[in-house]
Write a protein that binds this ligand. Structure first.
Ligand code: SF4
Ligand code: SF4
Length: 248
């Protein structure tokens, strides 16, 4: 499918650029910047993720995230997606502890001294010396090992510190009844072949969601694998407004 090829190509580019972009996704640098009262690159990127997800959900995870790209490479070793369960909540526990620390740092500083998007980078490049190479490979293994052991997108399932921003944005959209990107379903055409279930990297029960006309799980990264696999074209991308939520 050309759509999936383009998506994978974008992810590959994102992986290749990861040595440049690493610090703009850093959960540590935002803390060090917060202590100094600096709005750094990762603060700005995480804010864009949160605002963008109000309308686009977790599209970033499927099309642009370097961690997502690395994990899609790991599919060569382990293809099966991990089941959803209590482990999916680990990322929220990590996020709450971390975001509390971030807020504490900025609040205790009491004022914003400056905005420095390129904070701690060298001419905008993250990996520029031996020390940052050690950090880079540490992060790469941190992302790859869960995917190699646990399966498809296991890091997204269990540990990602960025996913909760987008889940939070999706919840805000629902709370204010705003329109947003969804995978919509035409349930009349569904033949219950369950092919969509087998390709979902986030282990969502897609065929069950078809019955409520749209996938509204906040775990959906909108990769479109289910859309492209369905033999009856039941699923499609749509900007819709959901009045109530059926999923988590
Ligand atoms: S792949 Fe399409 S037809 Fe098959 S169960 Fe899923 S939505 Fe229904
Ligand atoms: S439900 Fe479909 S679009 Fe969402 S993550 Fe699963 S396969 Fe991708």
């Amino acid at each position: 499918m050309i759509h999936q090829k383009i998506r994978r190509l974008l992810l590959l580019l994102s992986v290749l650029l990861f040595p440049v972009t690493l610090y703009y996704f850093s959960p540590a640098l935002i803390i060090s910047a917060g202590i100094k009262g600096i709005i750094n690159g990762s603060f700005i990127i995480f804010s864009i993720m949160l605002i963008g997800s109000i309308f686009c959900g977790r599209l970033f995870c499927a099309y642009l995230c370097p961690a997502g790209g690395l994990q899609e490479c790991a599919v060569l070793v382990k293809e099966k997606a991990p089941k959803q369960g209590w482990r999916n909540y680990i990322k929220y526990i990590i996020w709450i502890l971390w975001i509390t620390a971030v807020i504490f740092c900025y609040v205790s500083r009491g004022q914003v001294i400056k905005v420095d998007f390129f904070y701690e980078t060298e001419n905008g490049i993250s990996v520029s010396n031996i020390y940052s190479y050690v950090i880079y490979y540490g992060i790469v293994f941190l992302i790859l090992i869960p995917a190699l052991v646990g399966g498809k997108r296991a890091f997204c399932h269990y540990f990602c510190w960025m996913a909760p921003f987008m889940v939070f944005g999706t919840k805000l959209r629902r709370m204010f009844h705003l329109p947003g990107l969804h995978i919509a379903a035409d349930k009349k055409s569904c033949i219950s072949c369950h092919r969509c279930d087998s390709v979902c990297p986030m282990s969502i029960d897609v065929s069950k969601s078809v019955e409520i006309d749209c996938i509204d799980s906040t775990e959906c990264i909108q990769c479109g694998a289910c859309v492209d696999t369905c033999p009856k074209n039941v699923l499609s991308y749509r900007m819709i407004r959901k009045e109530k939520s059926h999923g988590k």
